[in-house]
Design a protein around this ligand. Sequence first.
Ligand SMILES: [Zn+2]
Length: 197
Amino acid sequence: MTRMLPLIFSFTPLWATASSLAPFNDPAVHPLAATWQARVRLINFDRTQEEKLWHAVKLIQRVIRSAEFRRRVLNYKFNGEQKFNDSGGLTNDAIYNKIFEGVETIGGSPGDNGMDVELELYHQATNTIGYTYPTAQRIWINTKYFSKYSPVKVADNLMHEWMHKLGFTHDTAWSPERDHSVPYAVGYIVEELAQKI
Ligand SMILES: [Zn+2]
């Protein structure tokens, strides 16, 4: 099943329950925060899976628009320095900007101001949660994990994969340093803040 659903959320009811995060119109957040959108194409999702995914996308939207997310990204430290690992030479501020500009390496264009992705569910009895290729617009997600993940965990995973789409990479093998790469670290920040919503 292929469905193309542009996600444009109404903010008042969402923010009414987001008591622990500052509202998106906080002067401390990015000027493009209020207009940031997710445009997501879903492939092989059933109704329940679709709802979980939308929930995760809403969590991402609410988290990244918060002043707390801005503080966490701008103040991120790796090896005692204010930076991420595998930052591609970008400062924390530049990484924060990139998230709101939302120009994907493949298929992105100036003025995107959001997440433009294709997500395809597949099932495999492996330890791969999801994957993508630098040359693909699509992100593949393993239902083995997706099915048992909470929307908060799906939000972490989706944010991680989307950071790849924005051009960030990390080592293949696990290391303590890898957790500080942009995809892992920003995914963890989203997960932690989404838990407060
Ligand atoms: Zn990754």
